[in-house]
Design a protein around this ligand. Structure first.
Ligand SMILES: Nc1nc2c(ncn2[C@@H]2O[C@H](COP(=O)(O)OP(=O)(O)OP(=O)(O)O)[C@@H](O)[C@H]2O)c(=O)[nH]1
Length: 414
């Protein structure tokens, strides 16, 4: 990739990442040394990591709109976790156009030999009493929960406004004196993250955390944190936004978008993502994986003789039966109509064949009060070295086709 070779001359770690698979398409030399073999997902979800969104793909609208997106990634240096703020933008040209460019906001030297420099102060409330009074009123009466934190004093909370005392459920005098790590689910590991937050550029997207309230309940929050100077002390003002309900709704919508409404199984869209990830995993770890494509035999007859609703009930029962025979690591989806696709992420062909035969016998033995017995035909393939997704799916499809032609209720390998 000669175009990107020049990035190796930089002392700033740089990655080019596919937003869909979170695979690093390129990492410059200093980034490669820093990562020490860890993948992008590992760096994004390490013990000190903080980010506005869980999935890189969710940034697409923000990076397209050229919004400031920053994350904090976790690296291991000499057996210790260290945090590094990174800026994310979208590559608009070159062979990886559309991918996400990740630039560390500290040089690799600083990372390898010490802590990134502390951030500059972005705002400095006036010190005369009048101005100070104005800021105090703004702080106290704001309807958003706000915390004034001293990052240098073990993350101590110096003050909390009324909205914060209401939200967290601590009286002000109890609150002022607690530490950020006492309310953040991440515990004390939040301290270096806070240092990193202090060095972030202004106007960035808020970072997501889980905070614990006085009654012990957990809330998803986004925090807008920025440095302020008060009486010569470098403090941090943190505005807290409760996003628990949005997160819950988002999770439900995401689940709904990935599930088949009839059977509750994963849908084809989810399976495609899983397959892409399996291909990446295969490249990295060289583990074998297999696919089983199965299809109900003469299903049209069930519909024609018993009605479409009975056919639906049959598909639901079949889905439950199949799911009950799988391991947690397996992924089963409704691939279409009366076709189901099964991904066995760490199986060789012989064990996939054994499972297929077990499924064949189990389905043939299924009984329902008012429904006929059914059988299934199956194609089984193991991914070949270097094989594309398209070729893999075509092979399993062809194997199923052969199973149908071999008389149905059989398993054929491709
Ligand atoms: N009840 C119900 N039927 C469906 C659904 N999706 C697809 N089908 C039916 O599945 C049947 C598939 O028929 P065919 O493709 O001819 O296959 P088949 O009858 O299973 O025969 P072989 O696959 O060749 O063994 C059609 O009658 C579709 O209407 C569904 O969601 N519910």
């Amino acid at each position: 990739m000669p175009v990107y070779e020049a990035l190796n001359a930089l002392s700033t770690p740089v990655w080019i990442v596919s937003p869909q698979t979170e695979e690093a398409l390129f990492a410059n030399q200093v980034a490669t040394v820093l990562a020490g073999g860890a993948g992008v997902s590992e760096l994004r979800h390490g013990s000190l990591s903080a980010r506005p969104q869980a999935k890189l793909a969710d940034y697409t609208p923000a990076v397209l709109a050229r919004e400031q997106v920053v994350e904090i990634w976790t690296f291991q240096r000499h057996g210790q976790a260290v945090s590094l703020p990174c800026r994310l933008t979208r590559l608009s040209m070159g062979e990886h156009a559309g991918a996400i460019l990740v630039e560390a906001l500290a040089s690799g030297d600083a990372m390898l030999h010490g802590w990134p420099p502390a951030g500059q102060c972005l705002s400095s409330p006036g010190r005369d009493n009048e101005v100070r009074g104005f800021y105090e009123v703004l702080f106290r009466t704001n309807s958003a929960p706000m915390l004034l934190i001293d990052p240098e004093a073990d993350g101590r909370i110096l003050d909390a406004n009324e909205a914060a005392t209401r939200f967290y459920g601590y009286p002000r005098e109890v609150f002022a004196g607690k530490h950020t790590w006492e309310i953040n689910e991440a515990g004390r590991s939040i301290l270096p993250v806070m240092q990193a937050v202090a060095s972030l550029p202004g106007g960035h997207r808020p970072l997501s955390f889980v905070h614990r309230l006085a009654d012990g309940s957990l809330r998803n929050v986004q925090t807008y944190a920025g440095p302020v100077v008060l009486d010569g002390r470098r403090l941090m003002l943190c505005v807290v936004h409760d996003i628990t309900e949005q997160e819950q709704l988002k999770r439900e919508l995401e689940q709904a978008a990935l599930r088949d409404p009839l059977t509750g199984l994963w849908n084809r869209r989810h399976m495609m993502t899983q397959l892409e990830q399996a291909l990446v995993g295969k490249r990295v770890q060289d583990t074998a994986f297999c696919l089983i494509l199965l299809d109900v035999d003469h299903f049209k007859l069930v519909n024609d003789s018993y009605g479409h609703q009975a056919g639906d009930r049959m598909l639901v029962a079949l889905a439950h039966t199949l799911a009950s025979r799988l391991r947690e690591s397996d992924t089963l989806c409704r691939w279409g109509g009366e076709e189901f696709l099964l991904l066995l992420p760490s199986s060789r062909q012989d064990s996939a064949l054994q499972l297929a035969d077990t499924l064949r016998q189990t389905v043939a033995a299924m009984t329902h009060d008012d429904l006929p017995s059914i059988t299934i035909s199956q194609g089984v393939v193991q991914h070949l070295p270097g094989e594309s997704l398209h070729s893999l799916v075509s092979r399993v499809d062809a194997a199923l086709y052969q199973a149908k032609h071999a008389g149905r209720n059989v398993v054929v390998t491709g």
